[in-house]
Every structure is written in C-alpha cells, then in structure tokens.
Design a protein around this ligand. Sequence first.
Ligand code: NAD
Ligand code: UDP
Length: 321
Amino acid sequence: MPAKRTFVKTKQPTSVVTGGAGFLGSHLTDLLLERGHRVIAIDNLVTGAVKNIAHLAGNSQFKFINQDVTEYIYLDEPVQYVWHFASPASPIDYLEIPIKTLKVGSLGTHKALGLAKAKGARFLIASTSEIYGDPLVHPQREEYWGNVNTIGPRSCYDEAKRFGEALTMAYHREHGVEVRIVRIFNTYGPRMRLNDGRVVPAFISQALQNKPLTVFGEGNQTRSFCYCSDLIAGIYRLMNSSVDEPVNIGNPHEMTVLEFAKEIIQATGSRSKIVFKALPQDDPKQRRPDITRARTRLKWEPKVSLQEGLIKTIDHFRGRL
Ligand code: NAD
Ligand code: UDP
C-alpha cells in the first residue's frame, strides 16, 4: 500500500482548473473565486474562448496560463486542488480532432495527476455519461460498466475518459493521491459556443433565427438536461466530500430530442419548423442519470427547472446573435 499523501486544507486555497476558459471550467472558476480560492486556469483555447474569462481580467486572485495540458505543467507555488476539465466535449469538436481528444484525456490527465501528486493536491476529473456508451441499463447507475464501441467515431472521447478514470484510480492506489470522479450528464447554459454543435446551442440558435431545427434520427433518443449552476454546485460538493467513488451529476428529467425541439420552439416563441437529419453513428438511444449516490452522499440534487434554465440560456444567446 502506498503512503497516503497528506492533503492540507489552507485558509486561502489555490485551485488549478484545466479547461478554465471553456463553458464549464469558466463557471467553476467563478464559483471558486466567490468561495475565496485563488484560481489558476490553464487552457490552450482549442474549444474555449478568452471571452469566457474576460470579466476576470485584473482580478488579483485569478491567473490564466495559455498552455496545452498534454505538456509538462510547471507551477512554482503551492496548489491544494486540481480540477481537470480540459477536453473537447461536443461531438462535432471531438470528431474533428479525435487525436487531440485522446491525447488530452490520456496525456493531459497524466500531467494533471502528476501536478496533483507533486503538490499533494486533491484531484477531480470531469468524466462523462459517455463512459456508459449506448447504455443497456437505464437509468445509468455508477455501478454500470457501460457499452462503448471501442473503434467507433465517438470512441476517441469515450475511451479517453474511461482511460482517464482508470489513470485517476491508479494514481490513487499507487501514489495515494486523493481523487474525485464526476460523471457529468448533458449540461447547458450561458457561454456554450453558439456553433459547438451540441443540441442546446444548436436548437436555440436555429430557433432564434427562425431556421429549421435539425432533429437527428426520428428524435426518439432521450437526454436529460442539467443547468450549469446546479452541476457546478454538485461538483464543488463532491470535491469537498470524502467520496472517492465515481458520482453521477446531472438532472434526471428525461425527454426525447423531439420533445426538446418542441420545448425550444415554444420557449423562444419561434416560427421554426422541425427537419429530420441522419442520426450520427453510435448516438446513445437513452440517457438519464440515477443520482441516488449524489443525493445520499453529497446531499445534492438539481434545483433549476428546464424552463428556468432555458430562459437564462436563451437570453444569453439572444444577446450573442
Ligand atoms: P468546452 O469545450 O467548453 O471546454 C473544454 C475546455 O478545455 C476548452 O476551453 C478547451 O480549450 C480546453 N482544452 C481542450 N483541450 C485542451 C488541452 N489539450 N490543453 C488545454 N486546454 C484544453 O467543454 P465543456 O462543456 O465546458 O466541458 C468541460 C469538461 O466537462 C470536459 O472535460 C468534458 O468532457 C466534461 N463534460 C461536459 C459535459 C457537458 O454537458 N457540458 C458533459 C460531460 C462531460
Ligand atoms: N442532436 C440533434 N440535432 C442537433 C444536435 C444534436 O438532434 O442539431 C441530437 C443528438 O443526435 C443527440 C442529442 O441531440 O441524440 C444530444 O446531442 P449532443 O451533441 O448535445 O450531446 P450528446 O448527448 O450526444 O453527447
């Protein structure tokens, strides 16, 4: 058994957020600053954007490092928490850069874990519901091992995240690093890229321009959408808990993609029609988190309804179009 690393809580902790200029990483950064952390965001901007963190310019508690996390991460200061969020997350992003996606999930996770080990920091990896693949168990519990096509087009993401979880547990077992694994289910909100291809920005931007909403397949596949502030609150609780098993964080309110398209048309007051396009290969047919573990061990559950979350997100996208 390895010696357990001593994790020391300090008055003003320093957090490293990889992927800190992305959608979720930037919301996490905001929450950490609010809670009194110093934050060092590391991001190479491959799918993120400086505008997500522009409001933090001049904040003495915040530092941005433009770096690819697959390269050695050198920091000359103590760090208490490493939040590893760097990775393309939208299917169209990771289908375009599959090798970079595999590299950030493997080599990038290795570097981020190495940083946590060197600093005696607690490490959290942003894993995903995609590790369950096209699930044969519904809703998905953490005990389910998944159904992933290892050679399909989505495997660059799914397998990188599965490897990332395995490496995280290996650092825990072999080096005694304190680890947390969050499996994030579809999350949406302000700061998603309008053109990132995920269904929420895709449908909202189409609806706001009265263009047809592109439903893939017959729209029978299901997803469960979580608002970003709920997700970040759950992840913050997980980091501060003693739970070192994976935890699903997401909203269990499940709907079909076709129902979701109709909801967006209604919420935006759009004149858009719906058109049906080919279903991408290996698109999961159903997805809903079982959040019993988060409810019982973290005392967390989502609070923001789909209607409320959509109003905030639509307002944000209206301002950007
Ligand atoms: P995003 O694309 O907005 O953010 C990812 C960030 O990582 C971007 O800023 C990008 O530039 C950065 N990045 C990518 N590769 C990098 C590298 N090699 N070096 C440094 N930075 C790099 O996506 P997001 O939705 O904010 O996702 C954040 C994390 O959460 C990802 O790890 C993703 O897998 C995970 N996740 C998100 C969702 C969701 O619904 N949003 C669901 C499951 C998992
Ligand atoms: N989808 C769709 N139209 C779009 C974009 C996505 O019907 O313009 C579907 C997609 O096929 C999937 C669901 O919406 O079934 C969610 O897709 P997203 O890319 O947001 O994330 P995923 O859950 O597949 O990772």
